[in-house]
Design a protein around this ligand. Structure first.
Ligand code: NAP
Length: 254
């Protein structure tokens, strides 16, 4: 039996990078997946890929900052696949980076809304659906930035992603007795459009790689495997954690 047989999973940020790879892996492991992001053509291509491989997927394009979108995703999971067991709230943005005194309030607020408020909105609608199934696994994509490592020019990103760890702990405590596990996944530098924005020259790539003990960035597929661990019964006694899958960037000093 596959790790997610008969499970229904929502995956946000699925048009690209870590979310795209995770949607394919979850579907390969037997899950019926609801994939979400703003770019519809990318989502449609993902659904085609999953369907052609024998899996089951449906897409909904929208913005994770909108409460109506969070609600619509859960309704789609229930309407199309009968319920909800797993939610990988993964959509994110670095927002505008730069010296903090130069960051407009509107930019700060947009980054917080995209990375943190979206997670609250997702959980608000996903949790009741999971409780209807007597349990589930809720996962938020955080990062080492703002948790084990401080980086300049990333205040809103770090604050929003650290906020996800507080949200994780609170929800894990609130819903553990009801069978819902809640965890944060903290990737290291990952070879996605977001990761490549930091490593956009050979020199910058070498620098980013050197920050990691493993001396390389992750592939999106490697992070997807950590998401699968948190989604599946392999992590049945794991809740409230900040799971580093960071190639040792947090402990490396050379
Ligand atoms: P990516 O390839 O740029 O993917 C970001 C995803 O988020 C896209 O699918 C994007 O889709 C979606 N998204 C962004 N804003 C959205 C919005 N307002 N509404 C709906 N969807 C939205 O980057 P990635 O590296 O896979 O990032 C995935 C997550 O991992 C992020 O939360 C990121 O912070 C985290 N992370 C990444 C790294 C890294 O080095 N790459 C390291 C640690 C943590 P649309 O543009 O189509 O909406």
């Amino acid at each position: 039996m596959s790790a997610l047989s008969n499970k229904v999973a929502i995956i946000t940020g699925a048009s690209s990078g870590i979310g795209y790879a995770t949607a394919k892996l979850f579907a390969r492991e037997g899950a019926n997946v609801v994939v979400a992001a703003r770019r519809k053509p990318e989502l449609d291509a993902l659904v085609d890929e999953i369907t052609q491989a024998g899996g089951h997927a449906v897409a909904l394009a929208g913005d994770v900052r909108d409460e109506t979108f969070a609600e619509a995703l859960v309704k789609l999971a229930i309407g199309r696949f009968g319920g909800l067991d797993v939610a990988f709230n993964n959509a994110g943005t670095t927002g505008e980076m730069g010296a903090t005194p130069d960051v407009p309030l509107s930019e700060w607020e947009e980054t917080i809304r995209t990375n943190l408020t979206s997670a609250f909105l997702g959980a608000k609608y996903q949790l009741p659906a999971m409780l209807d199934r007597n349990g589930g696994s809720l996962i938020f994509t955080s990062t080492f930035v703002g948790y084990t490592v401080g980086l300049p020019g990333m205040a809103a990103y770090a604050a929003s992603k650290a906020g996800l760890i507080g949200l994780t702990q609170s929800l894990a405590s609130e819903f553990g007795a009801k069978g819902v596990r809640v965890n944060a996944l903290l990737p290291g530098g990952t070879d996605t459009p977001m990761g490549r924005a930091f490593a956009n020259t050979p020199e910058a790539l070498a620098f980013v790689q050197s920050l990691h003990a493993l001396k390389r960035m992750a592939s999106p597929d490697e992070i997807a495997k950590s998401a699968l661990y948190l989604a599946s019964d392999a992590s049945s006694f794991t809740t409230g954690t900040a799971l580093l899958a960071d190639g040792g960037v947090s402990i490396n000093r050379t």
